[in-house]
Design a protein around this ligand. Structure first.
Ligand code: MN
Length: 643
């Protein structure tokens, strides 16, 4: 699709689309992927265009379409996520980054894990559901070119699609995408069955859908004449769902009547029966096919009228009639699929998902793209997060869980030997609050042991129990222990990690490794070298160990402070005394430093305060910190890079 055709298509459904941004994304993606080809031999750029096209059919907003065009750019070309952020802004960059992250999720391959995997992928991306939508469209487009791969690879991808992505689409109420993903999977997993069904279903799907459209129009007109306000829509059955029905009911293809189904959603229950009368007036009902699940609901509470009619052209169609309320109950009855069916946690989860489905459902009907955008940027899973190991294994944790919780969740020994944490490749304090989608790596040290201080910030009972067991702590309130904890805290605060957060690696996305020989302070002259395990070890310029490094593997390093709008953060451990903060802030004022934000957290009788401020003149920083440290109630002050 040419650029102008692409823009024209978008404007058709969204006249307010950001065409300048879309054009920029189109041009960059085309340029960046130039020379790359797909397995089919076609230009690679066809793929991002294909993904964007699938999303256009869902009336996707401009940011989503930009991200779709750019979704493979960070992984497969020399363009970095920072460049995407610079050129397209935070929103698009976050979407691209989110899709790149899902790419790396390593799914556990067992029946038991299926539901868990699906749940985790949803939670990890739930902050912005558009990430999942792009990923599903990506998978859809890739499934369409699967034919060029080796059979083993085809089967592996098809299986993953059928077991993970199709159910995700299902949970989100994206029926069409789900059906198409399943049909494409079936084609590779059961080629004979697929061929059989395809030849049997003589009519092509689009034709089926067209004839359904005609029926829908007829029903709508008749309902309107009787003043019944109802939603009518068609569901063409997919090959996979026919196959499933044949398998489940142990019946042959010719015994499947309902290749197309139509739904009528009314406002009231009497209208259901009125609509049924209208349908039976229009077409001949098949005997023994009428079921009244309204008068006699199914065991799971499902309520609906089912009837099967024969059209004048001899077509057999199933029609389901129910009220809006019944419809929502039936649609949300997905709890049975979940592994922990019936537990409080999962009931909550299902409620959230059903709420999300309602948004998507509403969006499908309303066609109002701009409203759709806002409603999807919601954090639905406020009490649970999912983060990933560097290999992409998803780990569930409670909100505000820390790297220490993560370490213990992975393995007790990793928790006990945890010395440092890298979150999204950046060295991060151990009490840092993790967020969904973070990639967490724990640096273990055989000499490391749990700190009493960890008990103050861990959120999981597993971590708490293991730490206590290892430290053999019987009682929590030992004043001596409290003092010990205090000391440990200062250790954590003044550890090298904070200063390492301020080092930026230019042009490479590799984690930093703290060197044991150099005590690096902010603004020191530093040099970095890429180690064999693909990390960057940082030394002071004069360090003797530099000579042992491979000079060809030097990495360019920069102190970050004057980037990102000159925001610096200072983290303080304070005694909880009146007026301390005012004294500190007056030091900033005296230096004419503008403060961006002040956050405080109470930790028993101490307070942790983080002050973020704008600072252009770097040389001022050390003197400000020195002055702050002179205040009596300031126990510790450490400079941090604002993230
Ligand atoms: Mn892709």
């Amino acid at each position: 699709m040419t650029l102008s055709a692409f823009i024209e298509e978008v404007l058709k459904y969204n006249p307010k689309a950001d065409t300048a941004l879309l054009k920029k994304a189109y041009v960059l993606a085309e340029k960046a992927h130039h020379g790359q080809t797909r397995s089919t031999g076609e230009d690679y750029f066809i793929h991002p265009i294909g993904v964007a096209t699938i999303l256009m059919k869902m009336y996707a907003d401009s940011a989503t379409l930009c991200a779709a065009l750019l979704h493979d750019i960070v992984e497969d070309t020399s363009v970095s996520i920072e460049q995407v952020k610079q050129l397209f802004g935070e929103e698009v960059a976050l979407l691209v980054e989110g899709v790149t992250k899902i790419e790396k999720i390593h799914f556990k391959d067992s029946e038991d894990y299926k539901a868990e995997n699906i749940r985790k992928i949803l939670i990890a991306t739930a902050k912005d559901v558009r990430v999942i939508l792009i990923k599903l469209a990506d998978r859809m487009d890739n499934m369409q070119t699967l034919k060029t791969f080796r059979p083993e690879k085809q089967q592996r991808i098809a299986k993953e699609t059928l077991e993970i992505y199709a159910p995700v689409a299902h949970k989100l109420g994206m029926w069409r995408l789900k059906g198409e993903l399943e049909d494409l999977s079936l084609r590779y997993l059961e080629p004979e069955v697929y061929k059989f069904l395809r030849s049997k279903v003589a009519e092509k799907r689009t034709e089926r859908e067209n004839s359904t459209e005609e029926m829908i129009a007829t029903i709508k007109q008749s309902l309107a004449e009787k003043h019944i306000d109802a939603i009518v829509y068609g569901r063409a059955k997919y090959f996979y769902s026919i196959y499933k029905k044949m398998k489940k009911k142990k019946i042959g293809f010719n015994d499947i009547y309902d290749l197309v189904a139509i739904r009528i959603i009314t406002k009231t229950m009497p209208e259901c029966y009125a609509a049924l009368g209208i349908v039976h007036d229009l077409w001949k009902p098949m005997p023994h096919r009428f079921k009244d699940y309204i008068a006699v609901p199914k065991a799971n509470g499902y309520q609906s009228l089912h009837t099967t009619i024969v059209t004048n052209k001899g077509k057999i169609v199933e029609i389901q009639i129910r009220t809006e309320e019944m419809h929502h109950i039936s649609e949300d009855g997905i709890a049975a699929h979940w592994k922990y069916h019936g537990t409080e946690r999962d009931k909550k989860f299902d409620r959230k998902i059903s709420w999300l489905k309602q948004i998507l459902e509403w969006k499908r009907q309303s066609k109002d793209a701009s409203d759709f955008i806002e409603s999807l940027k919601v954090d639905l899973f406020e009490d649970e997060i999912v983060v990933f190991t560097p290999k992409g294994d998803p780990i569930s944790l409670p909100t505000n869980a820390t790297p220490v919780d993560f370490a213990y969740m992975v393995h007790t020994n990793i928790g006990n030997k945890c010395s440092k944490a890298l979150v999204n490749n950046k060295i991060t304090p151990l009490d840092h609050n993790l967020e969904s989608g973070d990639i967490v790596e724990i640096v273990v040290n055989k000499n490391a042991e749990p700190s009493r201080q960890w008990l103050k910030f861990v959120k999981t009972s597993k971590a708490r129990t293991k730490i206590k067991n290892t430290l053999k702590i019987e009682h929590d309130h030992d004043p001596k222990a409290e003092r010990l904890k205090q000391d440990a805290f200062i250790d954590t605060l003044s550890s090298a990690s904070a200063v390492y957060n301020m080092i930026e690696v230019i042009g490479k996305n590799l984690p930093l490794k703290i060197s044991k020989c150099c005590d690096i302070k902010f603004n020191d002259k530093i040099k970095g070298f890429i180690t064999k395990d693909n990390k960057i070890t940082v030394h002071k310029e004069g360090c003797i160990n530099i000579h042992a490094m491979d000079q060809k593997r030097e990495a360019a390093l920069l102190w970050k402070v004057d980037n990102e709008k000159d925001v610096v953060a200072i983290r303080l451990l304070l005694e909880d005394k009146v007026g301390v903060l005012a004294k500190i802030l007056s030091i900033f004022a005296a230096n004419q430093v503008n403060i961006k934000s002040v956050n405080t957290k109470q930790r028993k009788d101490k307070v942790i305060t983080t002050i973020r401020f704008y600072l252009k003149e770097k040389e001022k920083l050390n003197s400000i910190v020195a002055k702050v440290k002179q205040i009596k109630s300031v126990i510790e002050a450490v400079i941090q890079k604002n993230t």
